[in-house]
Design a protein around this ligand. Structure first.
Ligand code: SF4
Length: 212
């Protein structure tokens, strides 16, 4: 469980700490203003893991769906599942955010026609073709010299390791950017690539939260 409380209106500003899967879903939500069931669970439980409480999560989804779904229709059709994932409905068990293995091994998203038919969930490192992978890598500031390694890792199905490479790249570029003029070196970033096992682990490391 998280130590910090995150409000609905803070989610957008934290997206630069999200792993590829969650960034893609966040982007989808902000452009299409709709998401199918599997994506809602994957992203919704991630937000819960991030420290977004239930009321804030309901507010977040309602606003994200706002341009397409009226508030009363949202309450009727979508709120139950969010409350359920917080243990307030049904069996009242606490659902846990999905880890990388179950996301990677799950059914890939269907690509139907029309924006409401498009699913957006799963692991983009597994599902993307090379041009998309290059765009993704750029958004994590991966150096050109590392691109062949990333592509080889994806080719070899080492998605979680590739994800760790993107996290390292993003942290290195951030450390460079925060280097004050006249100082010797940027703050050190762990040089080893560690495979990512959980989307919330990626976000915690990026945000500098030590949960151990
Ligand atoms: Fe998300 Fe895990 Fe895939 Fe990274 S390896 S994009 S955290 S599912």
């Amino acid at each position: 469980s998280a130590d910090m409380l995150i409000r609905a209106n803070q989610v957008d500003s934290l997206a630069n700490h999200f792993p590829p899967c969650m960034r893609e879903m966040h982007r989808h939500l902000n452009t299409v203003h709709h998401m199918k069931h599997t994506g809602r669970r994957q992203f919704g439980l991630f937000l819960k893991g991030l420290g977004v409480p239930m009321e804030e999560s309901l507010a977040y989804w309602k606003r994200a769906f706002g341009p397409k779904i009226a508030p009363d229709a949202f309450d009727r059709n979508y709120a139950y599942n969010i409350r359920y994932d917080y243990g307030r409905e049904g069996s009242r068990t606490q659902a846990r955010p999905f880890g990388c293995r179950s996301i990677i091994l799950g059914d890939p998203p269907a690509r139907g026609s029309g924006p409401h038919a498009i699913e957006q969930h799963g692991c983009p490192l597994r599902q993307s073709k090379e041009p998309e992978l290059r765009r993704l890598a750029q958004s994590y500031h991966l150096r050109d010299a590392e691109m062949p390694s990333l592509l080889a890792e994806v080719q070899g199905s080492h998605y979680q390791f590739a994800c760790g490479r993107l996290l390292r790249s993003m942290r290195q570029s951030r450390a460079q950017a925060t280097k004050a003029p006249g100082t010797e070196a940027p703050p050190p970033v762990d040089d080893d690539i560690r495979p990512i096992s959980h989307p919330n682990e990626f976000a915690s490391i990026s945000m500098g939260i030590n949960r151990s």
